[in-house]
Write a protein that binds this ligand. Structure first.
Ligand code: NAI
Ligand code: MG
Length: 386
């Protein structure tokens, strides 16, 4: 295998020469529906087949919230037929890889997955399996919505969409140490890689998304005052792509540090945020904080060849195995997945049940100030669906 810097440049090359389409999400979902839904052509008796989908259990709290989500989706009669796989630390012990080949092959077939979080060691150790998955399937767009589910917080009616470039920038993994005077780690260096083609793809995806979803404003978030080339390319390309949209959308640009501050002072000034990989990672956790925390923040990783839905949060090792994890973020990711296959009614039913359980039944897990276990919370949602 070629060294990582060359692999990263090869990946960038793939982006330049790869299929570029602003409507990948739509097309992927339309193709799925055409190929997987069959009608027997008898009026009133249309028969709907199951949609094959990959389920990745994850580790830490992953198995607990996966179990809860599958139970809820069963109660909702969601159309997915799961192929279930372990990934992350659990898979490493069993198969020697955090991303086992049979699971990758399965995603190649289904083009659709629901994924629980995967642990990545800090500092030394293997590269993030989540990042590798995004690269493997060219999942270049990460859509992270934040909506108020529990009124009465510091801000009412939060309704923000953050769209993060998902495969480039400082997360490409081009890092090394430079030894000096016998200290092997005297200097650390990392390179970010952005391509015009990659910046263009995510910008086209975002402007198209904003129009299709009736949004009003896009804020392009960057650090082009300091990282003039790396994030300057991102900003210039996004502004260029935005030109034909000027009559239909308000378009503005902001520096990331100011954006971080403005988000906690006055989040309602933002509508859709378009940003690069690392800034999007950081700002989406911040945005989750505006709506009650990571337990309520879902995301969709979208690309031309697959779509993988997951929670924004990680594997929460501090509470793993205690039965107290909040499964809502993964449930909301499942709602995004239902919309992806045009099951809008079921997605709304699921969101309504979650809202009712949180606000009317007042059943909440510990992260939201309640004392319900994962199982009790899950049962309450299933009861609402019934
Ligand atoms: P984290 O998101 O796992 O946890 C941050 C804090 O939020 C913790 O106090 C945790 O208990 C709490 N929390 C998160 N999700 C929760 C839930 N569903 N219910 C209740 N509380 C919840 O972030 P952290 O601790 O920085 O990372 C832990 C591991 O997760 C790391 O190995 C990291 O690499 C990995 N990670 C994986 C991601 C993925 O697979 N997509 C995303 C982010 C982190
Ligand atoms: Mg993150």
């Amino acid at each position: 295998m070629c060294p990582r810097p060359y692999r990263a440049v090869k990946r960038a090359g793939r982006l330049i020469h790869g299929r570029i389409n602003m409507d990948d999400s739509c097309r992927a979902s339309d193709t799925l529906i055409r190929t997987l839904y069959h009608s027997d052509n008898k009026i009133g008796e249309s028969k709907i087949n199951k949609i094959p989908a990959t389920l990745i259990e994850g580790d830490g709290i992953g198995p607990e919230i996966t179990e809860a989500t599958v139970d809820v989706l069963d109660a909702l009669q969601a159309p997915f037929e799961w192929s279930r796989f372990k990934a992350g630390l659990a898979a490493l012990e069993e198969s020697g890889d955090v991303l086992p080949k049979p699971m990758l092959d399965n995603i190649r077939q289904t083009k659709l997955a629901l994924k629980a979080p995967l642990t990545t060691p800090v500092g030394e150790g293997f590269r993030s399996a989540t990042v590798r998955l995004r690269e493997e399937f060219n999942l270049y767009a990460n859509v992270r919505p934040a909506h108020t589910f529990i009124p009465g917080g510091r801000f009412e009616d939060i309704d923000l969409i953050l769209i993060r470039e998902n495969t480039e920038g400082l997360y490409v993994g081009v890092e090394h140490y430079i030894p000096v005077d016998g200290d092997p780690r005297a200097v650390a260096s990392a390179s970010g890689i952005m391509t015009r083609a990659g910046c263009r793809k995510i910008a086209e995806f975002t402007f198209d998304y904003a129009i299709r979803h009736g949004r009003k404003k896009i804020t392009i978030v960057h650090k082009a005052n300091i990282l003039k080339k790396l994030t300057g390319l991102f900003l210039d390309t996004a502004l260029e792509v935005g030109k034909p949209y000027k009559d239909r959308l308000e378009i503005e640009e902001r520096i990331v540090d100011n954006t971080a501050m403005q988000l906690v002072i006055n989040p309602s000034q933002f509508d859709v945020i378009l940003t690069s990989n690392m800034f999007g990672d950081i700002l989406s956790d911040e945005i989750a904080g505006l709506i009650g925390g990571l337990g309520l923040a879902p995301g969709g990783n979208i690309g031309p060849d697959a779509s993988i839905f997951e929670a924004v949060h990680g594997s929460a090792p501090d509470i793993a195995g205690q039965g107290i994890a909040n499964p809502t973020a993964l449930l909301l990711a499942a709602a995004m997945m239902l919309e992806h296959v045009n099951e809008y009614d079921k997605a709304n039913q699921l969101r309504d049940a979650i809202k009712a359980v949180l606000n009317e039944d007042n059943v909440r897990t510990g992260d939201l100030g309640g004392n319900a276990t994962t199982v009790e919370y899950t049962k309450a949602i299933i009861q609402r669906l019934g």
